[in-house]
Ligand binder design. Structure first.
Ligand code: IYR
Length: 220
């Protein structure tokens, strides 16, 4: 049965206002960088809740909203996540990753050490629900799960940045240890780990350039 329909109204802005908003939002988002040096300054749970709710406004296949965000602030759990992530990362950097991959990462300057996983006030892990669970226990099909979760991740990152906080799309590989440590069900696959906090006062980021419009867009 189709859902009942409701009016959708946005205030029609002038072209100048649209242009001004386009510039302002681009400038704000262009200032975002992935951060690996975090402050231990606490971040209230309420703003993490808002970031998750913002992410959860993402469009999703058949509106199944196939995501679970697990927000971790418990120091002991953060320590165990760091230990498990570093164990996997050490093996990756010491042999599982190809020479080409390691060379591609050189400008970014990463290695197996992930101290930020303990420094940050919050670790938010995005799990993709490959299928859903109805209240009667039967399986519900989910659609375009990767795409839906990818969009939700983008909105989460934008929300965190807009708050003046910083994050990183961290993908320790393989990520199975997160399912165990965070006690998730088999239908949920860990997708991205986001450390969230304020950048450290002395945080630096690599001086990388974004591709110009001419390289990322084609006009016909
Ligand atoms: N997961 C590793 C390696 C890594 C891979 C890519 I692709 C990056 O853009 C950055 C890092 C790590 O987090 O160090």
């Amino acid at each position: 049965m189709p859902a009942p329909r409701i009016p959708y109204m946005v205030n029609a802005l002038t072209d100048d206002d649209v242009r001004a908003r386009a510039e302002a939002f681009y400038a704000q988002m262009d200032a975002r960088r992935s951060v690996r040096d975090f402050s231990d300054r606490p971040v209230p749970r309420a703003v993490i809740e808002r970031a998750i709710l913002t992410a959860s406004t993402a469009p999703s296949g058949a509106h199944k909203q196939p995501w679970t965000f697990v927000a971790v602030s418990d120091p002991d759990l953060k320590r165990r996540i760091r230990e498990a992530a570093e164990a996997e990362e050490r093996e990756s950097y010491d042999g599982r990753m190809s020479e080409e991959w390691l060379a591609a990462l050189e400008p970014i300057g990463t290695d197996w050490r992930k101290p930020f996983l303990e420094t940050v006030p919050w670790i938010v892990v995005l799990f993709a629900q490959r299928s859903g669970l109805r209240s009667d226990g039967t399986k519900e099909k989910h659609y375009y799960v990767q795409e839906s979760c990818g969009i939700a991740a983008g909105l989460f990152i934008a929300a965190i940045h807009q708050m003046g906080l910083a994050t990183l799309t961290h993908t320790p590989s393989p990520m199975r240890f997160l399912s165990e440590l965070l006690e998730r069900t088999p239908n949920e696959a860990p997708l991205i780990l986001f450390p969230v906090g304020f950048p450290a006062d002395d945080a630096t980021v690599p001086d990388l350039q974004r591709k110009p419009l001419s390289e990322v867009a084609v006009w016909r």
